[in-house]
Design a binder for this molecule. Structure first.
Ligand SMILES: Cc1cc2nc3c(=O)[nH]c(=O)nc-3n(C[C@H](O)[C@H](O)[C@H](O)COP(=O)(O)O)c2cc1C
Length: 344
């Protein structure tokens, strides 16, 4: 698809997720079929630019273009400076986060809290667009602050007037956190009024759901978050289904074993050994959840302190699995606990 001046492989985007969509994961998702991957949010507080975490988040070495960086904050001048700073370091698309419900963010009036103050939204968007005139700026929001103040349509108008080039809409209010079904009808209503591309987000977990959300919202693109954790190949599965109406076979156990090992190598190299082993545990848990024997495996794996033991445990688990099944076979009862953590 053509998107804000870039030619993308498809209209399936990886949602920005702090602590998840680091450079290794973004690269992997792009390799496995995502058309675009938005970085974890980067602070607009320039005092933190020097911190290891912020520097890592702004590292795009070797990343497949276009590089989309998300910024968050509530002070127009600081947001403008953050946009400029990231464009100077390789960002080709700046995405503004007004959709994050995390208390840490909301309490300082960034993320979805901003949606309550429409004049301030306008000031931030205008300041950022003006600061990076050569770079497309996109916006990500929820449908409103709570169920009585769904102002996505008003925000759309402000965004269009400010020069925002695309709007991603998570079909929930801030007060809904992650509960209830995403409201695709609000996304459809926004799409019906929009002059800019609309990206639908929320609870897209399967190829069928992707088709349904495209059909019911009329959105130009889909954004997928939690369902891609530990399953980056979901993008190629959805891409195939949308093109053909048929399903790909689930991936071979051996292929995912290999992909996971390569993903971990990237994490160790990107974060260094200590942090790398810790970050890897989270991803290993996601890759294996729902697979037979995975609960005992995860318990064991979480105690392992170094790279060699982590790799060894994965080899044992996947080689054993491959003896029993050629293709991955999920037992569909495990829940995703991240949403609960984030909403807490
Ligand atoms: C662990 C986690 C971290 C997130 N971090 C961000 C973030 O940094 N910026 C943002 O705009 N949204 C963030 N989100 C929200 C997602 O981008 C997305 O809107 C939400 O998860 C709904 O999509 P899904 O149902 O496909 O997961 C985060 C979500 C999760 C689960």
């Amino acid at each position: 698809m053509e998107f804000v001046g870039f030619s993308l492989r498809n209209n399936l985007f990886v949602a920005p997720m702090a602590g998840v969509t680091d450079r290794p994961f973004r690269q992997l998702c792009k390799k496995m079929g995502a058309g675009l991957a938005v970085s974890e949010m980067v602070t607009s507080n320039s005092l933190l630019y020097g911190s290891a975490k912020t520097q890592r988040r702004a590292n795009h070495d070797g990343e497949v273009a276009p590089i989309a960086v998300q910024i968050a904050g509530s002070i127009p001048a600081m947001m403008a400076e953050a946009a400029r700073h990231n464009v100077d370091r390789g960002a080709q698309i700046i995405d503004i986060n007004m959709g994050c419900p995390a208390k840490k963010i909301c309490n300082v009036m960034a993320g979805s809290a901003l949606l309550k103050d429409e004049p301030l939204v306008g000031k931030i968007l205008e300041a950022v667009v003006k600061a990076v005139p050569e770079t497309p700026v996109t916006l990500k929001i929820r449908t409103g602050w709570d169920k009585t103040s769904r102002n996505a349509l008003a925000i759309l108008k402000i965004a269009e007037q400010s020069g925002i080039q695309a709007l991603a809409l998570h079909g929930r209010t801030r007060a809904c956190a992650y509960s209830g079904d995403a409201e695709y009808e609000t996304i459809a209503a926004v799409k019906a009024e929009a002059q800019i591309p609309i990206i639908a987000n929320g609870d897209i977990t399967t190829p069928e759901k992707a088709r349904l959300v495209l059909d019911t919202t009329g959105a130009d693109a889909l954004m997928i978050g939690r369902a891609a954790q530990g399953r980056p190949w979901l993008f190629r599965e959805i891409e195939h289904y949308l093109k053909t109406g048929t399903h790909l076979m689930p991936p071979r156990v051996g292929e995912i074993h290999q992909i996971l090992l390569e993903h971990l190598d990237d994490l160790y190299a990107f974060y260094g050994v200590d942090t790398g082993v810790r970050v890897a545990r989270k991803h290993i848990s996601w890759y294996t959840r729902g697979l037979v024997g995975s609960a005992a495996f995860r318990y064991h794996m979480n105690q392992l302190p170094d790279i060699a033991q982590q790799q060894q445990a994965i080899n044992t688990f996947f080689l054993n699995l491959a003896e029993h099944q050629e293709h991955l076979n999920y037992i569909p009862h495990e829940n995703n606990s991240d949403a609960e953590e984030l909403a807490a």
